[in-house]
Ligand binder design. Sequence first.
Ligand SMILES: [Ca+2]
Ligand SMILES: [Ca+2]
Ligand SMILES: [Zn+2]
Length: 314
Amino acid sequence: MRIKNKKAISTIIAVTVAVSILVAFSATASAGTINVDCDATGCVGSGQTEPYSVVCGTDTVTIVPTKTSANNQNQELTLPENAVEVAPGVFYLGESMDNGKVVEGYAFVHYVKPAANSNPVDWDETVDIYKFMFGGIKWAETMQYEVNIAGSGLKKAEVLKALGASLDTWNDAIAEKLSSFKLFDKLVPLKEDATPGENDEHNIVVWEDLSEIYGANVIAVNSFWFNPALKVIVDSDVVFNAYYTWSTDEFCDEEAMDLQNIATHEFGHNGLNDLYSSPSVALTMYGYGDFGDIEKRTLGTGDISGIQKLYGSP
Ligand SMILES: [Ca+2]
Ligand SMILES: [Ca+2]
Ligand SMILES: [Zn+2]
């Protein structure tokens, strides 16, 4: 059993946010009324006066007060103005122009694995599951990330090595399919000030303390812009939550998030979508991250199938 969730359970904070609702529950807790919206992937609560963990059963919901700290009172999940949550953890950012063409932006918000989904499952990287983003959007040319390590708590050489390994992992999988297409160029330092989430010809990788704006259980946010008519991605930004301790050690401490692990997942969003079904738990594109996990550094069968189908030779 490789999922480590001891720390995750203690840091899950209910966030207040509107979601697409498949099943609606209403529940009352001693500190006040909480409205809880649940779907297949989890729950969120609203109306609470203090943070709670919300655990979904098939027809029940349990609300557990969560340990609070000075800076996570009244947490509210907010994204750039105009952002609309269109599916759990998926936010529509609106439209923008790119070389005279209309492009659309989305953000994927990545959460720590919730307690409700932490039941032991068999670890199997050979399941062949993948999902494309928006019907198969992808880069038409080699893309390059610009990195600013400020807030990472890591040394520059460590960050470049870990992120470089993540990029190589995907490039190598594409190359195996005898493709001459190179998806990722080598990393460069951030050239100028750029704001993550903007369609601005800068694909940036940065650290920000997301705990106050997005919630303490958010590990990373991935924003991207694409031309829906041409199915071409034009911008991709990744923000890692500086709230966490990030690790580049060979074996990641259980209190830390492994950078290469999370980054390999995030970089997969240059065409591959999150997976939330339980058979996909061992794949890199599984949608939840966790403390100490290093399994997503390497691709599973579904990850490889997906990226090769998108970028490899037929
Ligand atoms: Ca950008
Ligand atoms: Ca793996
Ligand atoms: Zn993801």
